[in-house]
Design a protein around this ligand. Structure first.
Ligand SMILES: *Cc1c(COP(=O)(O)O)cnc(C)c1O
Length: 472
């Protein structure tokens, strides 16, 4: 019997197949895909007594392989998880003007570290420093890669080799490997815990102060809440205790809002300005949480301490690039200039989106989804979105979800078909990320806003029914 591998086409033969020739994918990628495919086939045929595919099939497979190589590993998705500021899904969508600024910065040279008036070298912090000072009431400001970096840099610059005093109720883990005790250690500070998990008093801090004290640190307990019999020391008290010793008082706000959230009808969130007013010497917060800007860490505070932070060697290693700087500047300008901030900052627009508006989206989408999933039961249910990324951990926003469950007759297959369904939504051209809860797939529609997004969502549902038919 003759070797079936003999019937495999040569690379160039497959590359000149009509289907391959017509495809837009680069020649280099097609060649690689064909080579890999044929190698795989050769291997398969050497093991199994099976027939090789015909050329059409091989070309189809090679093209699929080439396309998947060309596809992004971080495609845009529909975030229907119910978590608005979702770290795994890239957090904040940017404002229109921030996107424009970023595009401009990407395509042109810009005066990033250059003083146009004097023609001399400038400092890139100057792009945003005056805006940050105006918005927070601080004397000076600097920017680094993210808030974790802001905390590490601040502690390294102001507390290395000395004790950092912090309440036991605030020794937080944010996620990833950001745990405050470890961060303190990495920054060269000696952790000095005071008080207890639920109650810490001014006298606890006063008693901990000694010649080795480097700073007092307060962390916003951003992903949990301590409730019941609790006590913590107000910021103005901590500032007083620190200043009596001549050491700085540092606040890590985590999210930090640049506008009054309560005035927008949202749960209240601490603002950097309040900490500065209370006497904090340095306040750090994220650029891409509630602020709704690009990923970065903002450090604001007194001129003296910000200068020390800026001179630390780590600052250079943690600096942000021109794209981030430009997007941040445009975002901060909105906070200074906008007549309607909750409309202009997409994150705030999503958070303040009314229940009735979300319900209307649900009504419009329901028929299309139900039509594509004839064997499922699709309904609309009230749900609660969360802000995410540690912002306002216990608060929830009323929202609406499409809830997809197995029909009663199929209850036995429920779990398996549900997982397949969830996967099918994830495998759409623009993946839809929902949440499995209570035997159903929940698609919280808070973050599916606008006609364009709605039609982008419904138009790709046809691929879903195809997947469904193919599932055994
Ligand atoms: C989120 C958060 C951080 C980390 O901020 P990133 O911008 O994600 O690096 C640090 N501290 C607190 C209190 C936070 O909530």
């Amino acid at each position: 019997m003759c070797d079936p591998r003999r019937y495999l086409p040569a690379v160039d033969v497959l590359l000149s197949h009509q289907m391959m020739v017509r495809s837009q994918v680069s020649h280099r990628l097609k060649r690689r895909a064909v080579r890999e495919l044929l190698a795989g086939e050769r291997e398969r045929l050497s093991r199994a007594d099976s027939v090789p595919f015909d050329h059409d099939q091989l070309a189809t497979q090679a093209l699929a392989r080439a396309r998947s190589m060309a596809a992004s590993r971080a495609p845009s998705v529909f975030n229907l998880t119910g978590t608005v500021i979702h770290t795994n899904l890239g957090r904040a969508p940017l404002a229109e003007s921030a996107i424009e600024a970023m595009t401009r910065a990407a395509s042109h040279s810009l005066a990033l570290e250059y003083d146009i008036d004097s023609g001399r070298r400038g400092d890139r912090d100057q792009v945003v420093e005056s805006l940050l000072c105006e918005l927070t009431g601080a004397e000076a400001a600097t920017v680094v890669n993210n808030n974790a970096a802001a905390v590490v840099l601040t502690l390294s610059a102001l507390g290395a080799g000395r004790e950092a005093v912090i309440s036991r109720g605030e020794l937080i883990e944010i996620g990833g490997s950001f745990r405050l005790p470890d961060i303190m250690h990495t920054s060269g500070c000696y952790l000095r815990e005071v008080g207890t998990t639920n109650r810490t008093h001014t006298r606890d801090f006063e008693q901990a102060m000694n010649d080795a004290t480097g700073l007092i640190f307060k962390a916003h307990t951003s992903n949990y809440a301590v409730e019941g019999f609790t006590a913590s020391v107000p910021e103005n008290e901590l500032a007083r205790v620190a200043h009596a010793r001549g050491v700085p008082f540092i606040v890590d706000l985590g999210s930090g809002a640049l506008t009054d959230m309560a005035a927008l009808g949202l749960p209240d969130e601490a603002q950097p300005r309040q900490s500065i007013d209370a006497g904090a010497d340095v306040v750090t917060f994220s650029g891409d949480k509630l602020l709704g800007g690009p990923q970065c860490g903002l450090i604001v505070g007194s001129r003296e301490y910000i200068d020390r932070i800026r001179r630390h060697p780590l600052k250079r290693a943690l600096r942000v690039d021109k794209l981030i700087m430009s997007a941040l500047e445009a975002t901060l300008q909105l906070y200074r200039d906008s007549d309607e901030i909750a409309r202009d900052i997409p994150t705030l627009a999503l958070l303040t989106r009314g229940e009735a508006d979300i319900a209307a989206t649900a009504e419009r989408l329901l028929p299309a989804v139900a039509e594509c999933l004839p064997h499922m039961q699709v309904s609309i249910a009230a749900c609660r979105s969360q802000l995410g990324s540690g912002a306002l951990p216990v608060d929830r926003l009323s929202s609406r979800a499409l809830v997809i469950a197995s029909t009663a007759q199929e209850r036995r297959l429920g779990e398996r078909s549900l997982r397949q369904l969830e996967a099918a939504f994830r495998q759409l051209p623009r993946p839809v990320i929902g949440r499995l809860h209570d035997g159903a797939l929940w698609l919280d529609l808070r973050c599916l806003q606008g006609e364009l997004e709605e039609s982008a969502f419904t138009e790709q549902l046809c691929h879903l029914s195809l997947n469904q038919e193919n599932t055994p």
